[in-house]
Design a protein. Structure first.
Length: 165
């Protein structure tokens, strides 16, 4: 091994230890950088959209293989990350909206509908106080929709939702 190779390998090892020791610090700096340069990154992606698409098409197999290997080698890490996401407000929102779509609810703006759903405190039909429960109770908050057309009607308690069908 040459002197330069020894220096480079020890430098790599030092950098690796630094990254392991300062993960959170590096993550925070990256977040700050991304926020500061949001517009610049957006412009870059717009400007290089075609080039990026060409690169992907040219290297599709290699990229997919890399992704597959990553998923295989990091199953636990991915599982843990998914579990954390599912418990986050964004994960809960995504899951709720996904369920609505799966059940045939039709609406122009699901984000707006979700905000209404979350902020509604009283049943829009019987005016009882709504609750959020793991198991359905009479007062559990529900999104009422027409099962024929799929259109949203009201935010109601479980009792009123069952009565309306």
């Amino acid at each position: 091994m040459t002197y330069n190779e020894i220096i480079m390998s020890s430098r790599k090892e030092i950098n690796k230890r630094y990254r392991e020791k300062n993960k959170e610090k590096i993550k925070e700096r990256q977040k700050e950088y991304d926020q500061k340069n949001k517009e610049r990154k957006k412009e870059y992606y717009e400007k290089n959209k075609e080039r990026t698409k060409e690169y992907y098409e040219k290297n599709k197999e290699k990229i997919n293989q890399r992704h597959k290997e990553y998923r295989e080698n990091n199953k636990e890490k991915i599982k843990e990350h998914q579990k954390e996401y599912d418990q986050s407000p964004a994960g809960k929102k995504s899951s709720r909206i996904g369920n609505w779509k799966f059940n045939g609810v039709i609406h122009d703006d699901f984000n707006e509908l979700y905000e209404k759903y979350i902020n509604t405190e009283f049943c829009e039909l019987c005016n009882c106080k709504l609750t959020v429960d793991r198991q359905n109770t009479k007062t559990t908050r529900c999104l009422d929709h027409d099962h024929t057309t799929g259109e949203f009607r009201n935010i109601v308690c479980h009792s009123c939702n069952v009565k309306r069908g």
